[in-house]
Write a protein that binds this ligand. Structure first.
Ligand code: DGL
Length: 259
């Protein structure tokens, strides 16, 4: 592994920037390339075959830019395609999966909620993980419509608020004490979610754990960048980059390319 090469990340759109932010904070000396496959968002309702196809395409784009490691910054792509990606390409992959374990282990009430896409909740990988926690009741909820609203810049819209009420109220009624955000887009909804949930319900996602895992794998493979240089953070999108730019506080130039 060439330590000075960049870390590559991809997602169906802007959601994976929540992971990019964690990685950039933990590993500020690393160059990064972020790929938003905005043209094909959302991935959540696509077939496993389509998700594998898109994940291969995104990986190849990042490998052509010399990515030393690929972070699949999307739960839907991880749970449906990471096995195939690892079989197809000779590069380390870091995936993101819903944080069921820390929620189940710490839950006092033994009831947790998970909000994720249809693709994630229907995946074999998700079921395998969930089955390990037989003592915990897991209330699953598909976040239908949330990702398209986020991708359209409607995070604070009345439609968003309505959907969140619809999805969270049954979880509150079921007496959850943890809410797992199982989609990398959802951390951007935390302020609205907090207004709906009672204060004693904890919200968790996997962003920090993914950043730590990325660091560990780079360390293990001698791939951590220790060279002094001006750090490059590149962002690519294959559709209108406005919302991606906004979520990054307009600090980065987004390159638009048809990949
Ligand atoms: N951000 C993604 C995830 O973590 C994908 C959402 C989507 O495109 O439906 O699942």
């Amino acid at each position: 592994m060439i330590a000075t090469n960049p870390i590559g990340l991809f997602d169906s759109g802007i959601g994976g920037t929540s992971i990019w932010k964690e990685i950039h904070e933990l590993l500020p000396n690393e160059d990064t390339i972020y790929l938003a496959d905005t043209k094909n968002a959302p991935y959540g309702q696509k077939s496993k075959e389509e998700i594998i196809h898109l994940s291969n395409k995104n990986t190849e784009f990042l490998l052509n830019q010399n990515a030393k490691i690929i972070v699949v910054a999307c739960n839907t792509a991880t749970t449906n395609a990471i096995k195939e990606l690892r079989a197809n390409y000779d590069v380390p992959f870091i995936g993101i999966e819903p944080a069921i374990k820390p929620a189940a282990v710490n839950s006092q009430k033994h009831v947790i909620g998970i909000l994720a896409t249809q693709g994630t909740l229907n995946s074999e990988l998700f079921h395998q993980t969930a089955e390990k926690f037989q003592d915990t009741k897991i209330i699953e909820q598909i976040g239908h419509g949330l990702v398209p609203l986020i991708e359209n810049g409607a995070i604070n819209s009345p439609e968003m608020n309505q959907l969140l009420h619809l999805y969270l109220e049954p979880m509150i009624a079921a007496n959850i004490d943890y809410l797992v955000l199982g989609c990398s887009h959802y951390p951007y909804l935390v302020p609205q979610i907090k207004k709906i949930l009672p204060k004693d319900i904890k919200i968790i996602d996997s962003g920090e754990a993914v950043a730590r895992q990325t660091k560990n794998v780079l360390l293990e493979k001698g791939g951590l960048n220790t060279e002094k240089h001006s750090v490059k953070s590149l962002f690519y999108s294959n559709a209108d980059p406005k919302v991606l730019s906004d979520i990054l506080s307009n600090k980065y130039n987004i390159m638009v390319k048809d990949f």
